[in-house]
Design a protein around this ligand. Structure first.
Ligand code: ZN
Length: 185
């Protein structure tokens, strides 16, 4: 069976992107939408996978390490956990396609405690393209796990944003020089 490719759209929700989001990248995150949608359409029309690993929390979870670190965010069933802007529209229009898959994650990495790796292996996916937020948090931790699991990695520079420009610059350099990723527009 030929090898396949998947696009991972990480955490592109109101809480991480919208002006009133609890933990928002703001305008730098909002600007990603057209590129993310362009890529998603490209992947769907090529018969490739579009996966949306999406953070989910319960408020004040005493067992979760993020409770001490960040304001409450991406609580199930809230506006904050809905996809942002035109990406929300794209998801609504495409969610019933066979190769579009949204799932819950509870940690930074899209692999932590999820079935992503086994799903990708079953489907002979060996190359992951990453977009979404935040570049130096959830995108980074997903990329580190993907590296350790021997996936080929492509990071779309115009598809990722961070809370700070220092974080963005550092993470892009790390993808390239430490995780062996292709960093492209
Ligand atoms: Zn979180």
């Amino acid at each position: 069976m030929a090898s396949h490719t998947a696009l991972l759209i990480i955490d592109y929700t109101n809480d991480f992107v919208a002006d009133k989001g609890a933990l928002s990248c703001g305008i730098t995150g909002q600007k990603l939408a057209p590129r993310i949608i362009e890529l998603a359409n490209e992947f769907v029309s090529n018969g490739d996978w579009v996966i949306l690993p999406t953070d989910v929390h319960t408020p004040n979870d005493p067992y979760h390490p993020e409770t001490k670190l960040f304001p409450s965010h991406n609580v199930r069933g809230t506006w904050g956990r809905e996809f942002y802007g035109d990406v929300a529209k794209w998801y609504d229009q495409n969610k019933n396609q066979d190769k579009v898959y949204m799932y819950d994650k509870t940690r930074y990495s899209a692999f932590a405690g999820t079935d992503l790796d086994i799903r990708m292996r079953e489907r002979h996916v060996d190359t992951l393209h990453l977009v979404g937020v935040c570049t130096d948090i959830c995108v980074l931790h997903t990329a580190v796990d993907a590296y350790n699991l021997n996936y080929n990695l492509v990071i779309h520079e115009k598809g990722v944003a961070a809370l700070s420009s220092a974080g963005q610059t550092w993470a892009l350099d790390h993808f390239k020089h430490v995780l062996g990723a292709s960093v492209i527009d």
